[in-house]
Design a protein around this ligand. Structure first.
Ligand code: UDP
Length: 237
């Protein structure tokens, strides 16, 4: 395998870890996702992973709660996922460290950028928990932020849909999938790639995003090998 990218930031939504159960963690699904990650790590690719938390809790959907507190709960959900993914990788023999944006020293390392980069250089996967550590943000924005900080070549955004469409493919059978897009298109057409804060951050820091389906987790391997899968969002055509 000749990898196309040297350092990659993989964003896994919480939903992706729930598999067919639909909530919480389905560990068989976690292992399925970890296998291609092992393959790319063995090929010398450095991988940072930002995990979501939607399989447990989403602050913005909490209804009557105070938003900041609800977001704190959401961030704790991402830590459960980070530990689950780390366990899956460890079971497959992949060296891994978890770093959290909110310190919880007995559970994981605190997020320290230089330390994260050192782990990557040594071939360890770094799983980032707690998103950005701030309420009112998403784990997509955390992915953009960490990708910028560790100077990742690309963000691979794993979703349940096989790319970005001009309308919701679940509601519109004639929806058309884009192979490529520019950040200008994404922001102008308000396409559902990432939330606006995350998309703006990627644009400003020149970080391309590949949005793809995790239904077949081997897609992670294929994209890193250079195959055109899903939708690639770049600065220009
Ligand atoms: N969250 C937060 N700040 C962050 C990242 C996440 O407050 O920087 C909280 C927020 O409540 C969010 C939840 O954690 O709803 C789970 O993250 P997200 O919704 O991004 O997870 P995903 O949809 O990717 O599973």
């Amino acid at each position: 395998m000749e990898p196309k990218y040297k350092r990659v930031l993989l964003k896994l939504s919480g939903e992706a870890l729930a598999g067919n159960i639909g909530h919480g963690i389905d560990f068989d699904t976690v292992l399925k996702i970890c296998r291609p990650i092992k393959a790319v790590v063995e090929a010398g690719v450095e991988i940072g992973i930002v995990v979501g938390g939607g399989n447990f809790w989403r602050g913005r959907s909490s209804g009557k709660m105070n938003r900041t507190r609800a977001d704190h709960m959401g961030m704790l959900g991402t830590v459960i996922n980070a530990l689950g993914v780390a366990d899956g990788l460890e079971q497959l023999g992949v060296p891994v460290r978890v770093q959290t944006a909110i310190a919880m020293q007995q559970v994981a390392e605190p997020y320290i950028r230089n330390r994260a980069v050192r782990h990557l250089e040594k071939g360890r996967v770094v799983v980032f928990g707690c998103g950005t550590g701030n309420p009112f943000f998403s784990t997509d924005t955390a992915a953009a932020l960490r990708a910028a900080e560790i100077e990742a070549d690309i963000i691979l955004k794993a979703t349940m849909v096989d790319g970005v469409y001009d309308s919701d493919p679940k509601k519109n059978p004639n929806a058309v999938r884009y192979d490529t897009l520019t950040f200008t298109d994404v922001l102008a057409k308000d396409l559902k790639v990432m939330d606006g804060t995350a998309a703006t951050m990627c644009r400003d820091n020149h970080i391309p995003i590949c949005v793809f389906s995790l239904e077949d987790p081997e897609n992670i391997y294929r994209i890193i090998c250079g195959e055109s899968i899903g939708t690639m969002v770049t600065m220009q055509e």
